[in-house]
Design a binder for this molecule. Structure first.
Ligand SMILES: [Zn+2]
Length: 241
């Protein structure tokens, strides 16, 4: 019994020593952590302050231009977009391509997205399936001949799309969330005010690269929205999210 009691006492002391030791170790560890944290915190803050844009996901927005290519204004627009490093989307009319092949090639080479806007700007829901498919397929074929790239997206004129339409190649329709009515106002200042005040994250903005006022407005819109932290992307990025 005595031996056993002595054994228990010894065991208890052992436990107490161990506890005291681990307590001391914990204290040392805590001190080390505190020092490390105290040193690293200001560094983290400095990095966050110097690179706020890398750490924050930018708000995305897309500019889309219908009814081109235009022999003069599309090139002007491309110059301005290139200077700003901005990509946009162009929905081309088949009937406007002849004579403007270089413009089409340039749109593709500079990394913009090209979509189909039918051959003659028709409301495809008023056509037979055969006529509707010809409008779309002839336009896609023409674009691909020039760019070497397949055309996957269509913007149906007037926003009228027939979901049941089954052509050789299925197309993905891209609509819009902001209609600028630039063809009717033809006023750059009003366009800029309208788009900058209405614009929200993930908006797809509808414009036409057929007017001087639209080209001027579009480039000012890019400058103003980039300053607000927007990133301009091609429209496919916004519909696939
Ligand atoms: Zn149109």
């Amino acid at each position: 019994m005595v031996l056993a009691a002595a054994g228990v006492r010894e065991w208890k002391m052992e436990q107490e020593r161990a506890a005291a030791l681990s307590g001391a170790q914990t204290a040392v560890l805590a001190e080390t952590l505190t020092e490390t944290e105290a040193e690293s915190l200001p560094q983290i803050r400095t990095e966050a302050e110097s690179q706020p844009q890398q750490l924050q996901e930018k708000k995305k927005i897309a500019l889309t231009f219908d009814d081109g290519p235009h022999p003069y204004y599309t090139d002007q627009l491309l110059d301005g977009l290139a200077e700003r490093g901005v990509k946009a989307t162009f929905f081309l009319l088949g009937c406007n391509i002849e004579g403007n092949e270089e413009v089409v090639r340039r749109i593709a080479e500079e990394g913009h997205l090209i979509g189909n806007h039918t051959w003659y700007h028709v409301d495809i829901t008023t056509l037979s399936q055969e006529e509707a498919c010809a409008e779309i397929q002839n336009t896609s074929r023409k674009i691909t001949e020039i760019t070497g790239q397949p055309v996957e997206y269509v913007r149906p004129p007037f926003g009228n799309w027939d979901k049941e339409l089954e052509c050789e190649v299925m197309m993905i329709p891209i609509f819009w969330s902001v209609d600028t009515l630039d063809w009717s106002t033809r006023n750059a200042d009003r366009l800029v005010d309208q788009v900058v005040s209405e614009a929200e994250e993930n908006d797809i903005i509808l414009m036409h690269d057929s007017y001087d006022s639209t080209v001027k407005a579009a480039l000012r819109i890019v400058d103003l929205l980039q300053a607000e932290g927007y990133e301009f992307v091609t429209a496919d990025e916004l519909i696939l999210e």
